[in-house]
Write a protein that binds this ligand. Structure first.
Ligand code: SF4
Ligand code: SF4
Length: 330
């Protein structure tokens, strides 16, 4: 009988605001704890979720599996072993933020409210859960990647204590996403030790466009913080995103200014993205992507190549640009 396997299911634990689940594939796969609010966890039942989910990954049961049809499923290989630990933890259990990006997919939960001071998550505290996960030996202390991205880390009271807890118990690397309005000395420390991939979205090079996109007047705070982080390790470990939004920053002039600014600051990595919310809620077969997005991407690539900046493009963005703007795939 044909057996399937999923590396995400084997390795990833995602702590979202409304549930603890296996992956962030965009599909609601196996769930470890529904509507988690800090309750006492039955760890035997928790472990069993992964085993049961793998038991469904065969020809006979796949129709009943929450993984059915997922892009990440592949055929099982003889050397695939179900791991008792996770080597990646996604922490995204809060929605507060100190800005209000017009493309924010989490705004529906925070209701557009701007939070100025660090607060507890509106859903549950992560720190006690993290301590329990280590105690239960569910995290691979040697190879663990801790990905922290939710609302913004600047307004999460637990942010620094969580990072310290990871460092105390064993972690290999961090992936941290922030709007970068507030400088975080602990990120500087992680950059110094080459332990973090720090990503922020600036999306423009002009304060007025920043204000339109983020709805707070913090362009210079963000740029000044970026300058400090870029100096720590010659730009290594820092990535700046440009999320393109129609009628706001989708023009050659802004992209040129942005790449020049990144070059001046000493940024070595840029990521180009189409607004994910737009992609999720637009039927691209009926309302195809603006055709000039292909031109923008080419221009971006050319400028980055000239300045020796590494330009990455998220696989989903690449697929969409190729299909709808460059017409490379049909
Ligand atoms: S197959 Fe898809 S839905 Fe299931 S655990 Fe893997 S990534 Fe998640
Ligand atoms: S910084 Fe992130 S969480 Fe905050 S509003 Fe923007 S997209 Fe949403």
């Amino acid at each position: 009988m044909k057996q399937y396997f999923c590396d995400e299911l084997n390795n990833v634990l995602s702590c979202f605001h409304d549930r603890i689940m296996s992956c962030c594939s965009g599909q609601i796969g196996p769930v470890y704890y529904e509507a988690y609010k800090g309750q006492k966890i039955d760890w035997k039942a928790f472990r069993q979720v992964k085993i049961d989910a793998f038991n469904m990954l065969n020809e006979e049961n796949i129709d009943k599996s929450p993984c059915k049809g997922c892009f990440f499923l592949r055929e099982k290989r003889p050397d695939d072993i179900i791991s008792p630990t996770f080597n990646m933890i996604n922490i995204s259990h809060w929605t507060q933020c100190n800005c209000g990006c017009i493309y924010c997919a989490r705004m529906q939960h925070s209701k557009g409210k701007i939070t100025y001071k660090p607060e507890k998550s509106e859903y549950y505290d992560m720190l006690p859960l993290l301590k329990q996960l280590y105690k239960q030996e569910l995290l691979d202390r040697k190879n663990l990647v801790a990905s922290i991205q939710g609302g913004d880390i600047s307004v999460l009271k637990e942010f620094e204590p969580m990072v310290k807890e990871f460092l105390k118990n064993g972690v290999n690397r961090f992936y941290i996403l922030s709007n970068n309005i507030k400088y975080q000395p602990i990120i500087e420390k992680l950059l110094k030790n080459n332990m973090v991939d720090f990503t922020t979205s600036l999306d423009c090079a002009s304060p007025d466009i920043y204000l339109k996109l983020k709805r707070v007047d913090k362009f210079y705070d963000s740029v000044n913080n970026l300058k400090k982080y870029a100096k720590v390790n010659n730009g290594i470990g820092v990535t700046v995103k440009y999320i393109v939004i129609e009628h706001i920053n989708d023009n050659i002039e802004e992209i040129t200014k942005f790449v020049n600014l990144m070059d001046d600051i000493g940024i070595k990595n840029i990521e180009f993205m189409i607004d994910n919310k737009y992609v999720m809620f637009t039927n691209l077969d009926e309302t195809p992507l603006p055709s000039h997005y292909g031109e923008l991407y080419r221009h971006f690539k050319k400028l980055c190549d000239e300045k020796n900046i590494n330009l990455t493009i998220w696989s989903k963005t690449e697929y969409i640009i190729n299909k709808y703007a460059l017409k490379i795939v049909s």
